[in-house]
Design a protein around this ligand. Structure first.
Ligand code: ZDP
Length: 289
C-alpha cells in the first residue's frame, strides 16, 4: 500500500482524504481503512473519505468508510472537509478552484459552498422522518398531536435502553439518528450507553445517537455516539438531525447554534424544507502511507 493522503478536520471530527478522481472505485478496502484510521498503528482518523469522479452530472462523488470499516451514506463534517480538499486539489492543478460543488453521495446530491470567511455551508437536503426511512422498528407517534403534522414520524416515543426508558425522536439525514433530550449532557455516561443505542434491535442498520441539552431556543448543546466511530468531537449530520428533532418537539427555533465538544455549527431548517449547515473545515497535514 502506498497512498498519498491529506488530513482534515471539522471541529475535531477528523478524516483522511484521498484523491481518487481517476477511478470510480475507492483505492482502499474497508479493512485497510480500519488500519489507517487506527490512532496508534496508523494515521489516526474517524473515517476515510474518497474524492471520486462525478456521476449523473455532478462534479464529484464521495464515499466514506467509518473507522470500523462500515460505510455510512453521508457525513456532514466530512463533506465540508471534502469541499475544502477539492478546492485545494483544483488550486494545485490549475491555480483556481470552484466555490461550490455538487457531490453525489449514497444519500443523494449535497452541495458544499466555500464562504469567503473560511466557513463551509452545505445544502444537506431534506430530513426523512418515516420510521421505515430511518430505519427503525419503533412505532410512529400517531397518537400524539404532532402526528397530524408529521404522520409516521417517530417523535418523542419511549425506548428501553440499559434498563431505562428514554423518550426518543428519530431523524434520517441519509444516515440514521436517534435523539434524546436531557437536562445535562455532561452527566450522560456516553461510553456505556452509546453502544447500547447503536446496537439496539430497534435499529436494523444500527444508529448514530445524540443527547441534546436545550440551552435556549436558538442554542443546543450536543454529545454524540457515532455508529461505527464511537464518541467523536462533532457530527454534522447529527447536528442537523438534532435541530430537526428539537423543532419537531417544539423545543427550538428553525435556526440554531449547536455546540459540540469540538466547537459550534450553525444549522437552519429552511422554508424549502432543506437543511443548511455552516461550519469550519481545516487542513492539518499531508503525507504518504
Ligand atoms: O452514519 C454513520 O455511520 C456516521 N458515523 C457517519 C459519519 C457522520 C459524521 N460524524 C458527520 O459529521 O455527519 C462524519
Amino acid at each position: 500500500m502506498n497512498i498519498e493522503f491529506t488530513k482534515y478536520h471539522g471541529l475535531g471530527n477528523d478524516f483522511i482524504l484521498v484523491d481518487n478522481r481517476r477511478s470510480s472505485d475507492p483505492c482502499l478496502t474497508p479493512e485497510q481503512a480500519v488500519q489507517i484510521c487506527d490512532r496508534h498503528f496508523g494515521i489516526g482518523a474517524d473515517g476515510v473519505i474518497f474524492a471520486l469522479p462525478g456521476q449523473d452530472g455532478t462534479d464529484y462523488s464521495m464515499r466514506i468508510f467509518n473507522s470500523d470499516g462500515s460505510e455510512p451514506e453521508m457525513c456532514g463534517n466530512g463533506i465540508r472537509c471534502l469541499g475544502r480538499f477539492l478546492a485545494d486539489l483544483e488550486t494545485a492543478d490549475h491555480g483556481t478552484a470552484h466555490e461550490q460543488y455538487r457531490i453525489q453521495t449514497l444519500a443523494g446530491v449535497m452541495t458544499p459552498k466555500l464562504e469567503a470567511n473560511g466557513q463551509v455551508t452545505v445544502d444537506m437536503g431534506i430530513p426523512h422522518l418515516l420510521a421505515a426511512e430511518i430505519p427503525t422498528t419503533i412505532a410512529a407517534a400517531d397518537q400524539k398531536a404532532i402526528a397530524s403534522q408529521f404522520p409516521g414520524g417517530v417523535i418523542d416515543q419511549p425506548l428501553e435502553v440499559a434498563g431505562q426508558i428514554w423518550q426518543v425522536t428519530c431523524v434520517s439525514m441519509g444516515n440514521p439518528h436517534c435523539i434524546t433530550f436531557v437536562d445535562d449532557v455532561e452527566a450522560i455516561p456516553l461510553e456505556q450507553i452509546g453502544p447500547k443505542f447503536e446496537h439496539h434491535p430497534a435499529f436494523p442498520q444500527r444508529t448514530n445517537t445524540e443527547f441534546i441539552e436545550v440551552v435556549r431556543s436558538d442554542y443546543l448543546k450536543m454529545r454524540v455516539w457515532e455508529r461505527g466511530a464511537g464518541s467523536t468531537l462533532a457530527c454534522g449530520t447529527g447536528a442537523c438531525a438534532s435541530l430537526v428533532a428539537a423543532v419537531l418537539n417544539g423545543r427550538c427555533d428553525r435556526r440554531a447554534t449547536i455546540e459540540l465538544p469540538g466547537g459550534c455549527l450553525e444549522i437552519e431548517w429552511a422554508a424549502d424544507d432543506r437543511i443548511y449547515m455552516t461550519g469550519p473545515a481545516e487542513r492539518v497535514f499531508v503525507g504518504k502511507f
